[in-house]
Design a protein. Sequence first.
Length: 192
Amino acid sequence: MQNFEHLKKFESNNWSGGVTTQLFIYPPTADYQQLNFSFRISTATVTTEKSDFTTLPRVSRKLMVLSGETTLYHENHHTKQLKKFDVDKFEGAWKTSSIGKCTDFNLMTIGKTTGEIEAVVIKKDQHLVYPIENKWDWVFIYLFSGKLTLLLNNKKIEINQGNLLVLNETVIHSLELEGIEHSELIFSKISV
């Protein structure tokens, strides 16, 4: 059997450049402000043309643009322009700023925890078998837009825009997905 949760409601908070929404934090008792998490998944809407990122010592970050575009400036490191579904990886301790309004998806990890993020687009009525490597302890599916079904444990689960499906103790080798509507998904795969 596969352990899973289907999450639909999330807490949002303002930050200097817009609004951030925490989708998942592990362990569940962790506090983002105290940086005592193993990993955190969130989205952010950047509403100001220029913003400075909060310094997060010991945190490794992966950021993907979901809509709009932005250019990230990492002082003394690199600069990267990001359009839809482009990803940049950087350290939270770096002095980072951005120019451009966008909605983005963030994966933050601390210590030995590692992860990858990937966008997948499924067209309406398209059937997709998505492979899962057995090295991941957690797999998350965030539905940025659209609606789809997922076959899991011989049960069809409908996932709507803004939902997060959380799979842990992954013992499956693939996921069967079918688009009810044109759908844009973000897969996060994490090893702790």
